[in-house]
Design a protein around this ligand. Structure first.
Ligand code: B12
Ligand SMILES: Nc1nc2c(ncn2[C@@H]2O[C@H](COP(=O)(O)OP(=O)(O)OP(=O)(O)O)[C@@H](O)[C@H]2O)c(=O)[nH]1
Ligand SMILES: [Mg+2]
Length: 387
């Protein structure tokens, strides 16, 4: 079966009109399209970087506050400058974009503009027809990010073939990055927390690079809304390579291609590779069989129920670090002491950290960052310090 079409959607800088694109995103995913949503108020640079790293077929921009002729043209130009003009640009913006504007925009390299009154079905058909065919032979990659992004696409589209070609031992041997796995129930704050950890990394390591492999579930019809970039504001940076993956039918929090994509990232000269699973259930052990993850972090919401629920969460036995996030909530102190008792029974050197990920400069997140990045240094960090 053909792989799902991947597109990126966004709203330009100084524009908060996200209602239209939210509706359109939903329609796309209902029809089998994987949508990486970057959010609103996004710059040309952020949009182009994300499109390249995600290796999407096209960028859909929804623009209402004016300046669309220049903004769309700048996206097309920057794609060309970065060697990614095989990523196409389309969009809309109700009555704000006139028919005359659209003619100018097409002349400047925009594929298509949709006007007020267009049905959602028409847009979906357009995407399928124009961005659904297999790509022709592509020009050689002009940058390491483009090359890596294409490799990940290759693995994701044919996960079985990649699995056979790389053994677990080989993967570990070539690994240059420290790999950190984040998991935990839906909405516990994994994405917010990772973004804060990344911010600290970028501030402390002026030359460091980090990769994020982030997962969201595929829905009926096999599309997916991959929305982590909209939350990870700090991670939209040239020193962060981020890739969003849909689970594509696999249960347990990861996708069939995760292990091989992770292996590829871990060999690609990043200081750290962070992987986030989808929100998981009590029985989930997403990293157990994976020889690549060096450190596992379980992010808990204080509202897990009672002590009885804690007995059932398998990852509490396996995680290296357990985080009680949302420590600003009332139940957090009880949660801390209940989880502490639960971990004591394991008699392992597991760490327990309280955080408020959505607060800037939270001391709990500082502590988590030290636990993750303070000790053992990645191969790349060591090499950089020697030179
Ligand atoms: C809803 C709305 C709001 C809501 C936004 C809610 C939200 N979270 O999105 C609120 C009330 C918050 C709002 C605020 C403002 N708004 Co307002 N808003 C609108 C309104 C009424 C509808 C826009 C909309 O969502 N339409 C629904 C979509 C689904 O339909 P559509 O627009 O016809 O789009 C079609 C196609 O173009 C296509 N399409 C659209 N985008 C995309 C993208 C892709 C990828 C594709 C494939 C297709 C596609 O889909 C539709 C299919 O039929 C328009 C007026 C209008 N009637 O267009 C003004 C309008 C856009 N707003 C306007 C203004 C000025 C503002 C404010 C600055 C007002 C103020 N002074 O505070 C603020 C700015 C907010 C901000 N931070 O940017 C002006 C913009 C004028 C301009 N550009 O010169 C407009 C045109 C109203 C007007 N006539 O003055 N607004
Ligand atoms: N009160 C409070 N809310 C928080 C905190 N951290 C994150 N949130 C909010 O919790 C919600 C979910 O955060 P995410 O970071 O998306 O959670 P997640 O675990 O990645 O969610 P999934 O990937 O969907 O499982 C968002 O609305 C955050 O703003 C916190 O420390 N306190
Ligand atoms: Mg998340």
């Amino acid at each position: 079966m053909a792989s799902p079409i991947r597109i990126l959607t966004a709203v330009p800088i100084c524009d908060g009109h996200d209602s239209a694109i939210n509706t359109i995103n939903l329609e796309f995913i209902r029809h089998g399209i994987e949508v990486i949503y970057l959010g609103y108020h996004r710059s040309v640079g952020d949009i182009v970087r994300a499109a390249i790293q995600e290796d999407v077929r096209a960028i859909g921009i929804s623009s209402y506050n004016g300046g669309h002729i220049e903004f769309f043209a700048e996206v097309v130009d920057l794609l060309r400058k970065r060697g990614a003009s095989d990523i196409k640009v389309f969009g809309g913006g109700g009555g704000t974009i006139t028919h005359d504007d659209a003619v100018t925009m097409r002349r400047k390299g925009v594929d298509q503009i949709f006007f007020a009154g267009t049905s959602l079905a028409e847009m979906t058909d357009y995407v399928r027809k124009n961005y659904g065919k297999q790509r022709m032979k592509r020009a050689p990659a002009k940058s390491p990010d483009i090359e890596l992004a294409r490799k990940l696409t290759g693995i994701e589209d044919k996960p079985d073939r990649a699995k056979r070609s790389v053994s677990k031992r080989q993967r570990k041997k070539h690994q240059t990055s420290k790999v950190i796995g984040f998991t935990g129930p839906g909405g516990a704050g994994k994405t917010t927390l990772i973004d804060e950890v990344v911010l600290r990394f970028l501030n402390q390591n002026p030359k460091g690079r980090i990769a994020i492999l982030s997962h969201d579930p595929s829905v009926v019809g096999e599309g997916a809304l991959l929305g982590d970039r909209a939350t990870m504001i700090n991670s939209q940076d040239d020193r962060v390579f981020m890739r969003s993956m849909a689970t594509r039918g696999q249960a347990g929090g990861l996708s069939p291609a995760t292990h091989d994509c992770l292996a590829r990232l871990a060999q690609s000269n990043f200081d750290y590779v962070i992987i986030e699973t989808v929100g998981t259930g009590q029985e989930a052990m997403p990293f157990r069989k994976n020889g690549i993850v060096d450190l596992t972090v379980l992010v808990m919401n204080p509202d897990y129920g009672s002590r009885l629920q804690l007995q059932k969460i398998v990852m509490l036995d396996l995680a290296d670090i357990v985080v009680v996030n949302k420590s600003d909530l009332q139940r957090a102190r009880t949660a801390h002491s209940e989880i502490e008792q639960r971990l004591e029974q394991n008699r392992r050197d597991q760490r327990l950290v309280d955080t408020v990920a959505k607060r800037h400069r939270d001391p709990g997140v500082d502590r988590l960052f030290d636990l993750i990045c303070g000790g053992e240094q990645s191969q790349r960090g060591k090499a950089r310090n020697k030179s």
